[in-house]
Structures are given as C-alpha cells and as structure tokens.
Design a protein around this ligand. Structure first.
Ligand code: CMP
Length: 225
C-alpha cells in the first residue's frame, strides 16, 4: 500500500454509510483519527495471520478477501467495494487477521486506528449497529455459500453467483462489474476450465447475454442442470 497517507475531510467521512448520521462536531473529531491511503492494483492491504491494528473503509475501487494463498489453493470469500469496510474482526476479538485482503483495482481507502474504532463503537450506537448489520449479512452470505457448495453443482453455483452479483438496470438483471473466470472459480470452488464451459453453455442456451463489458441475465436462468 502507498506510504503516502493524507488527512480526511468531514465531507468524505459523511459519505461513508457507517458515519452518515454523525453530527459535524463528531465528524471533525473523527477526521483527526482517520487517514486516507491509496492502494495500487494487486497490493495486499493485509495478510491472514498479521497482527491487527486498524479498520479500513473503501472509498473507491474493489478488493478481494481471500484465504489459502500460501498452499496455492486460493479461495475468494468476498469482493468488497465502495462504502464497505474490512478489518473489523481482528479489532473486535483481538485475534490476528482472519483473511488476506488484496486490491483488484486501484483503491482509495480510509484507515481508522483500533483505539478510534473502539471509541466510535462505545460512543455511537449507530456505528455499533452498522457493524452488527454487516456482520450478520456476511454470516448470511457465508451460510448461503456453504449451502450452494453442498447442494448445487458447478452449473448452479455459477448461475447463483451471477444472480448475486447482478443489479437491476432498467428492469434487467445485469452484472456490470465482471470478474475474471479464474476469480469466479475461486469463489465457487471449481476449476477455471469448468467455469468457462458453464458460461459458454449458459450463453449458447440464451440464459446469459454478453453485451460489451456487461452480462445480462435472463429471468429463466436455471440454478441446476
Ligand atoms: P480481519 O479478520 O480483521 O481481517 C481480514 C478481514 O477480512 C476481516 O477482518 C473481515 O473484515 C474480512 N472478511 C473475512 N471474512 C469475510 C467474509 N466471509 N466476507 C467479507 N469479508 C470478510
């Protein structure tokens, strides 16, 4: 990550969902405890096992949360984007980092020290609630993923991932932020070759349509074969 870090304006802090309800004086106090950093594509913000010292908030760019780099069997647990945060687990339970977080695009991040984060949690119920809601959402997503691994074949897992990644654009389900097939494979526990085959089959059968850099999904996309 870039060593160059800069201070943060209260306007930037106000745009972060977690701090959206802070009054101006609290934002000003927080701004003195937060730094802004740039992370180039491919850089590691943290590695699994590192000691914990801060929480990060994504201002722009995307990152992957992953495990297993050391033994060559990488698993991608999640893709994070603007407005999301990471590094809270180690701050809450004082354990080392549970996963590695790597920038897959150039990123702008805010970093909050452990002391400042804990102070925010204690003093502001909105922050504590926002953190709990995100933890619950991540647990739901993890449950869903365990369910897919146990109950769906690769065809179903690709279809479900595309559906989960899609957003509604003018009444159509569209994946606007595409991922390399290698990364899709690492998210659903399959090989890159198998993901390529399934995507080709979904396209040939008319369930997905590739339009430039986006993928449009048909409502009938099946989640099993
Ligand atoms: P921490 O354990 O401190 O460092 C790694 C971070 O990755 C972790 O905090 C979370 O913020 C994030 N993380 C771990 N597992 C997941 C997951 N399943 N989904 C999203 N983020 C995660």
């Amino acid at each position: 990550m870039s060593a160059a870090s800069t201070t943060v304006s209260t306007t930037v802090l106000k745009s972060v969902p977690m701090f959206g309800t802070f009054p101006e004086d609290q934002l000003r106090a927080l701004a003195t405890m937060v730094t802004r950093r740039s992370a180039p594509r491919g850089s590691a913000i943290m590695r699994a096992g590192d000691p914990t010292d801060s929480l990060f908030i994504v201002i722009s760019g995307r990152l992957k949360v992953m495990m297993g780099e050391a033994d060559g069997k990488e698993v991608i647990l999640s893709i994070l984007g603007p407005g999301e945060f990471f590094g809270e687990m180690g701050l809450i339970d004082d354990n080392p980092r549970s996963a590695s977080v790597i920038a897959i695009e150039p990123c702008e991040l805010l970093s909050v020290t452990k002391r400042a984060f804990k102070k925010c949690l204690v003093e502001n119920l909105d922050v504590a609630t926002a953190v709990m809601r995100v933890l619950v959402r991540r647990l739901r997503e993890a449950d869903r993923k365990i369910g897919s691994l146990a109950m769906l074949d690769v065809y179903g897992r690709v279809a479900r991932l595309l559906l989960d990644m899609s957003e509604n654009v003018k009444g159509e389900k569209v994946v606007t932020k595409r991922l390399p097939k290698q990364d899709i494979a690492k998210m659903i526990g399959a090989s890159r070759e198998m993901v390529s085959l399934v995507m080709k089959d979904l396209q040939m059968s008319g369930y997905i349509e590739v339009r430039g850099s986006t993928i449009v999904l048909r409502d009938t996309i099946p989640q099993s074969r």
